[in-house]
Ligand binder design. Structure first.
Ligand code: TXA
Ligand code: MG
Length: 337
């Protein structure tokens, strides 16, 4: 299959008409969002959704997020909209927030990964919403990477993973946020954070009160344990290089790796201390770290890094999302100096 790339900034009408045609024909189209690029298909077309799993090489029990362009599109997807979800949508939609509710019959088991719930998000990116609106259907869309690889934050990385696998990539420029949306479940008694992201735990608690944090956000699942969110049990975000996250001060970090043949994944301004390094944003600026992390992981591969030691981010605000992705990319290889 030949993969076409259209720049929606310069070819707006063409991008919308072709993506709409392909989505309505049951094909898969890569689209920009403010978090990461997504691999979209008509959420109501099971065969189209199956093509997403095939293109990604994704296990079929890992459910997809359904993306909508208007609030009215939510009600038909779920059995009911809980009061707290309404409060959250008022404040955070459109935006990097995915909410899980009990699914309606309109959502197939292919989309829900066999669960009785559905994850829904209204992206902020204006191109994403225009594409969904023009197609006239909600789209199921996981991140547009091959299963296990870092999520793509620009069209170049989508192309390197998806070339030959899908007919169209819509290039909307670099993603503003750079890590995937926050995933929070409202399907149970009380809200549970399943994946930290662009909307922070602190912001959500301030708005709706208590939010539990699923164990898998900060820890590896033990053998036999079931994940609240199936995605958390799979290997994730991993570059080819072997990564170790190192907790502790900069001086201890420098000392620890000084005689090792390795790359440092460090913060801006620390380059002078290392022969080989890639930076991922500024220390104590978790927004910049989120923005750089997945690109930095791919750049380590491009530089042929084999062994990488990573500086550890702060865990507050967006830092929780950065840390959650980084420890997964490291296969939970963490040392504390
Ligand atoms: O920012 C994002 O959320 C991006 C863009 C494209 O919107 N999408 C994304 O999708 O990251 P994906 O498939 O890579 O991650 C979705 C996560 C997975 O960990 C999946 O297991 C979880 O959400 N998930 C989806 N539906 C779920 C459900 N019904 N119950 C529990 N977890 C669910
Ligand atoms: Mg993903």
């Amino acid at each position: 299959m030949k993969t076409q790339v259209i720049d929606i900034k310069t070819e707006y009408e063409k991008a919308l008409s072709l993506s709409s045609k392909l989505l309505n024909d049951g094909e898969v189209v890569a689209i920009p969002t403010e978090t990461v690029y997504g691999l979209a298909a008509n959420a109501f077309d099971e065969n189209a959704v199956k093509k997403i799993y095939a293109a990604k090489g994704r296990p079929s029990d890992n459910p997809l997020i359904v993306h909508i362009s208007k609030y009215d599109e939510l009600a038909p997807l779920v059995t009911e909209i809980p009061e707290k979800v309404k409060i959250m949508t008022d404040r955070f939609w459109p935006g990097p927030l995915t909410m899980i509710m009990k699914k309606s019959d309109k959502i197939s088991a292919t989309v829900s990964g066999g669960l009785d719930t559905v994850a829904v998000r209204m992206p902020e990116n204006k191109y994403a919403r225009a594409i969904i609106e023009c197609a006239g259907v909600p789209v199921a869309a996981p991140s547009a990477n091959l299963s296990g690889s870092p999520s793509p934050t620009n069209a170049k990385y989508v192309f390197s993973d998806m070339n030959g696998r899908i007919p169209l990539i819509i290039d909307g420029g670099p993603c503003k946020i750079g890590v995937e949306s926050t995933v929070i479940s409202f399907a149970g008694e009380s809200p549970v954070l399943l994946r930290p992201g662009g909307v922070t735990l602190e912001e959500m608690k301030a708005l709706i009160g208590e939010v539990k944090v699923a164990d898998a956000v900060l820890n590896d699942l033990k053998e036999g344990e079931t994940a609240a969110s199936p995605g958390m049990k799979y290997k994730h975000y991993a570059p080819k290089a072997d990564i170790t996250v190192v907790k502790g001060s900069l001086s201890k970090f420098i000392d620890y790796i000084k005689d090792k043949e390795c790359f440092a994944l460090c913060f801006e301004g620390e380059e002078q201390y290392f022969d080989n390094c890639i930076t991922y944003g500024k220390k104590e600026d978790s927004f910049s770290e989120a923005n750089r992390l997945f690109d930095a992981l791919r750049e380590l591969d491009e530089k042929g890094a084999k062994k990488v030691y990573a500086r550890c981010p702060d865990l507050s605000g967006m830092g929780l999302a950065v840390y959650n992705r980084l420890i997964r990319s490291a296969g939970f290889n963490i040392i504390d100096l």
